[in-house]
Design a protein around this ligand. Structure first.
Ligand code: FES
Length: 192
């Protein structure tokens, strides 16, 4: 069961329609003047537009806007990143940089289930690598990937704040501690 990984090919591209704001032009004015169309007629884009409008299309609305896009659509694809970049008057490279810096932003459709393995120091010492290796062996998936059948997405975190439970993981929002690789994969196998 091969797995897919996130796109990395357009990091340094600039948004095709990006132009710096002329002096004295507010971002709100600029956004209005540009009259940028969303990537599709999907009504969820209205929610994204409202989020950006509420913040006056300011550059510092970027993270909140990306959260809104992800909440609406489940992940951030290239057209959505371009739309946000154009709407906020930012270079695509900056938007893409933020989207890839924060692990909670997804660049691919996610699996039905999500497993976050902690790779913080305490968990690493106690066997986080074994958990990841067990996931790779059983599900052919590594950190940041989703299985091709979209059953499972595997993520990592620096510290879950439960170091006493190391090695720890979060499966569909439920924290599990003092795990072995077999316990984790067995738990996942019980999911439907
Ligand atoms: S290092 Fe894993 S919970 Fe803190």
């Amino acid at each position: 069961m091969p797995a897919t990984s996130g796109p990395r090919g357009y990091m340094d591209q600039m948004s095709p329609t990006y132009t710096p704001a002329p002096q004295g032009t507010t971002r709100r004015q600029l956004a209005r003047e540009r009259a940028i169309s969303p990537p599709s007629s999907d009504k969820r884009w209205k929610l994204v537009d409202v989020a950006m409008r509420r913040r006056g299309h300011a550059a510092d609305a970027l993270i909140e806007t990306l959260h809104t896009v992800q909440n609406c659509f489940g992940y951030l694809d290239e057209p959505s990143l371009e739309y946000v970049a154009n709407s906020l008057g930012l270079p695509l490279s900056k938007v893409y940089g933020v989207a890839t810096f924060y692990h909670l932003f997804m660049l691919k459709p996610q699996g039905k289930h999500t497993c976050v393995v902690c790779t913080g120091t305490a968990c690493y010492i106690k066997g986080a690598f074994d958990l990841l290796e067990g996931m790779r062996a059983k599900y052919d998936v590594t950190t940041g990937e989703t299985t091709d059948d979209r059953f499972l997405s595997l993520l990592s975190a620096r510290c879950l704040g439960t170091c006493g439970l190391a090695p720890a993981a979060v499966l569909d929002g439920e924290i599990m501690g003092k795990l072995t690789a077999a316990e984790l994969t067995d738990e996942i196998a019980r999911l439907s």
